[in-house]
Write a protein that binds this ligand. Structure first.
Ligand code: ARG
Length: 450
C-alpha cells in the first residue's frame, strides 16, 4: 500500500504466497485494542491532538463493528490484519490515520496481538478444562464404589474403582490447567514500543499502553520481544500434553466400550453407526480425540522447528506461527466440549465391572502382603504366591479355591480372608489409594476446590 522505494507492484504470486490475512483476520479485536492504546499514548505525548485521537478511536471501533457484522472486506493485497485495518482507517478518516503507525512496527504489533489473543483463549480453555473435570467428577462420584480391575501392561493387576480411574484424569487435567496458567503468566507482558527491533527515537509511555491492554508489565529487551515465540511454544506444549492425556482417556474408553470389556455405554447421541454392519455402535468421539491429539503434538513441532534456525530478530518465517496456534486452540476447544458432553452422559455397566473385578488373581498381591504380615520376607512371599498362581493356572482351580496349606505350611485358613474384594479395597486407605472412602473424599475435595 505504501510504495516508497519500490518501483514495481508486488507480483500477484508473491501476494498469494505471502498473505496472512486469510487466517490472521481473527486477531482483529486485539489489533484494534492495541492500536487504540497506542494512539492514546501518542495523544499523551503530544503527537496527536485530542480530536485526531478521537477520530482514530471512533474509526477503529467502527471498523471493528463492521468486521463483527461481516461487512468488512479483507484484502490479500494488504497482506495481514495490521495493514488491512490501518489502510481502511486512513481511507475513512484521512490524515490522522496516517499518523497511527508512528513509533510502532508490525513486528511489535503482531507480537502484541498474538499475546493478547493467546491470553484470551487460555482463559477460555481453562474454563472448558474445568467443565470436563466437573463431568469426570460427577461420574467418579456416581461410580465411586464400582470395582474394576486396574491394569498394567493391559493385564489385570489389582482392584480399583471406576471413580479412582476417572479421578486420575481429573488430576492430569489440573496439571494441564497449571501449565496453561503458567504460560499465561509469562506471556502477559507488552512488547509494544519495541518497534521493528530497536525501539524508537519517539518515546511513548509503554507502561500506560501495557496497563490499558491488561498486561502485567512491559518487555525489557526490544530484540527478544519481537523475535521470540516461546509463549506460543509453551502454550502449544501445554495443549499438546493435554491432548495426550485426553487421548489416553479416549483409549481407555474405547477399550471399555468393547464387547470384551463392556464397562461403559455411551449415549446414542455420542456414537455412530456403520454404513454396512447394522449392529455397530462406534466410539467415534474417542477415536477422533485420539486422532486429533496427533495434530496438537504436530503443531508444537511445527512452531519449534519454524523458530529453531532463525537469527535475531524478526524473520518472515514467524508469520507461520499463527496457523498451528489457531489450530491447536480451536481443536482443543472442540475436543473439550464434545468430551464433556459425552462423559456427562456415559453410563457404567456395574455388573460387567464387578464380574471382571471378581477375578481372584487381582488379589494375588494381597495374598503376598498377608504372608508378609506373617513374617515372610516379601521376595519369598512373592515366590510362594507365584507357585499358587501356577498351580491355579495348571489345574484350572481358581486361586481363591486352592488348598493353600498344601502349598506351604506358612499358609493358614485365614489366608483366604484376603479374597474378599470389598475388604481388599477398604484396606487401601493410604493417601492416593483407591478405597471407596478415599475416592469419595477426593471427589469432595475436588468439588470444594471448584
Ligand atoms: N504478517 C506478519 C506476521 O504475521 C506481520 C509482521 C510483518 N512484519 C514484517 N516486517 N514484514 O508475522
Amino acid at each position: 500500500m505504501w510504495k516508497g522505494r519500490f518501483a514495481k507492484d508486488t507480483s500477484s504470486l508473491v501476494q498469494e504466497f505471502g498473505e496472512s490475512i486469510s487466517y490472521d483476520w481473527r486477531l482483529y479485536p486485539h489489533d484494534i485494542a492495541g492500536s487504540i492504546a497506542h494512539a492514546r499514548a501518542q495523544k499523551t505525548a503530544g503527537l496527536l491532538t485530542p480530536e485526531e485521537f478521537s477520530q482514530i478511536e471512533a474509526g477503529l471501533l467502527a471498523i471493528r463493528d463492521d468486521i463483527e457484522a461481516g461487512k468488512f472486506e479483507f484484502k490479500a493485497s494488504l497482506e495481514d490484519i495490521h495493514m488491512n485495518v490501518e489502510s481502511e482507517l486512513t481511507k475513512r478518516i484521512g490524515a490522522a490515520g496516517a499518523k497511527l503507525h508512528t513509533a510502532r512496527s508490525r513486528n511489535d504489533q503482531v507480537a502484541t496481538d498474538t499475546r493478547l489473543y493467546t491470553r484470551t483463549e487460555i482463559e477460555l480453555l481453562l474454563e472448558a478444562l474445568s467443565g470436563l473435570q466437573d463431568a469426570l467428577l460427577d461420574r467418579a462420584e456416581k461410580y465411586a464404589g464400582t470395582v474394576i480391575p486396574g491394569y498394567t501392561h493391559l493385564q489385570r493387576g489389582q482392584p480399583v474403582t471406576v471413580g479412582h480411574h476417572l479421578l486420575a484424569y481429573v488430576e492430569m487435567l489440573e496439571r494441564d490447567k497449571g501449565r496453561l496458567s503458567d504460560a499465561r503468566k509469562r506471556l502477559n507482558i507488552s512488547p509494544l514500543g519495541s518497534g521493528a527491533l530497536a525501539g524508537s527515537t519517539i518515546n511513548l509511555d509503554r507502561r500506560a499502553i501495557a496497563a490499558e491492554l491488561g498486561f502485567d508489565g512491559v518487555t525489557t529487551n526490544s530484540m527478544d520481544a519481537i523475535a521470540d515465540r516461546d509463549y506460543i511454544a509453551e502454550t502449544l506444549f501445554a495443549i499438546g500434553l493435554c491432548g495426550v492425556h485426553l487421548s489416553r482417556l479416549s483409549e481407555d474408553l474405547i477399550l471399555w466400550c468393547t464387547a470384551e470389556f463392556g464397562f461403559v455405554v455411551f449415549s446414542d447421541a455420542h456414537t455412530t453407526g456403520s454404513s454396512l454392519m447394522p449392529q455397530k455402535k462406534n466410539p467415534d468421539v474417542c477415536e477422533l480425540t485420539r486422532g486429533k491429539s496427533g495434530r496438537l503434538v504436530g503443531n508444537l513441532m511445527n512452531i519449534l522447528v519454524a523458530v529453531k534456525g532463525l537469527p535475531l530478530t524478526y524473520n518472515r518465517d514467524l508469520q507461520e506461527d499463527k496457523p498451528p496456534l489457531f489450530d491447536s486452540i480451536d481443536t482443543l476447544k472442540l475436543i473439550l466440549a464434545v468430551n464433556t458432553e459425552m462423559i456427562a452422559a456415559m453410563e457404567i455397566r456395574e455388573q460387567r465391572c464387578l464380574a471382571a473385578a471378581s477375578d481372584p488373581m487381582l488379589l494375588a498381591t494381597d495374598l503376598a502382603d498377608w504372608l508378609v504380615k506373617q513374617g515372610v520376607p516379601f521376595r519369598h512371599a512373592h515366590e510362594l504366591v507365584g507357585k499358587a498362581v501356577a498351580e491355579s493356572v495348571q489345574s484350572g482351580v481358581p486361586l481363591d479355591q486352592l488348598d493353600l496349606t498344601k502349598i506351604d505350611p506358612v499358609y493358614t485358613e485365614d489366608a483366604k480372608s484376603v479374597f474378599d474384594l470389598q475388604r481388599a479395597l477398604a484396606a487401601r486407605t493410604n493417601p492416593g489409594a483407591p478405597s471407596v472412602e478415599n475416592v469419595k473424599s477426593e471427589v469432595a475435595r475436588w468439588k470444594a476446590k471448584a
